[in-house]
Design a protein around this ligand. Structure first.
Ligand SMILES: *Cc1c(COP(=O)(O)O)cnc(C)c1O
Length: 231
């Protein structure tokens, strides 16, 4: 399938999920996760009009970013080692995986020195699987309150990853849990401005995520392929 066809099919499915849940299509943004594909394919993705690019490793994203001269808006979606922060912040405007204070401190230090701000999602391990990163939901109020002292970090919302399920419907409690947590944090006013964003939903489960309130979908294999296809 060509990239254009993939994009069209995903778009139709997103629209149907919006209609099914009474949401407006404008509420949902798509991060095209290009971690499996080449620089050429990433360029094709940008040319096709998808300008939000997601990568999970600096080693592969760095050279790609250079080759593409930083075109588009880049999202760091993988786990981030503190020592790599300095190379991440001048390329990525969004970090989806903030899960510890030491990481936030380093982000603040580097952003402050560079005179920039970065938008962050706090990653939450809603499913409770050992293999998943993220803070525990019950830690969220205190963790997010403690981020308020970092003036170069703009906390915009929460991110989670659901376990892979053969039956996508089974991911629903995880996505619903993240939305309910966000609403609770807003009731408790843990941030000055309410948290609006929910980064959740991947190729296998994005329709459920849309129905449960996702505002950012992170779509890789279904949208841009796994690297074998032509653009
Ligand atoms: C790879 C990845 C995605 C995209 O996965 P697909 O299932 O290919 O859509 C989304 N989020 C994160 C954090 C990832 O690492």
């Amino acid at each position: 399938m060509s990239l254009k066809e993939r994009i069209k099919q995903v778009e139709e499915r997103v629209q149907r999920a919006c209609e099914a849940s009474g949401r407006s299509r404008e509420e949902i943004k798509i991060v095209a996760v290009t971690k499996y594909v080449s620089t050429e394919m990433t360029a094709a993705v940008l040319e096709a009009g998808l300008d939000q690019i997601g990568e999970n490793r600096l080693e592969t994203a760095g050279p790609k970013w250079e080759d593409l001269e930083g075109r588009g808006t880049w999202h760091f979606i993988g786990s981030l080692q503190t020592r790599k922060v300095k190379d991440v912040i001048n390329k990525f405007k969004y970090i989806h995986s903030v899960d510890r204070i030491s990481l936030a401190e380093e982000l603040e230090k580097r952003c402050s020195a560079a005179g920039i701000t970065v938008k962050i999602f706090v990653q939450v391990n809603v499913s409770g699987e050992d293999s998943k990163s993220g803070i525990r939901p019950e830690e969220a109020p205190e963790f997010i309150r403690s981020l308020s002292r970092f003036s170069h970090l703009e906390v915009i919302g929460l991110m989670t990853m659901a376990p892979y399920e053969a039956e996508p419907e089974e991911t629903r409690p995880v996505f619903r849990g993240l939305r309910e947590l966000r609403d609770k944090l807003n009731e408790q006013q843990v941030t000055r401005e309410p948290l609006t964003e929910l980064s959740m939903g991947m190729s296998n489960d994005f329709e459920i995520a849309v129905q449960e309130g996702a505002t950012w979908l992170r779509l890789g294999s279904l949208l841009v392929g796994k690297g074998e296809e032509e653009s």
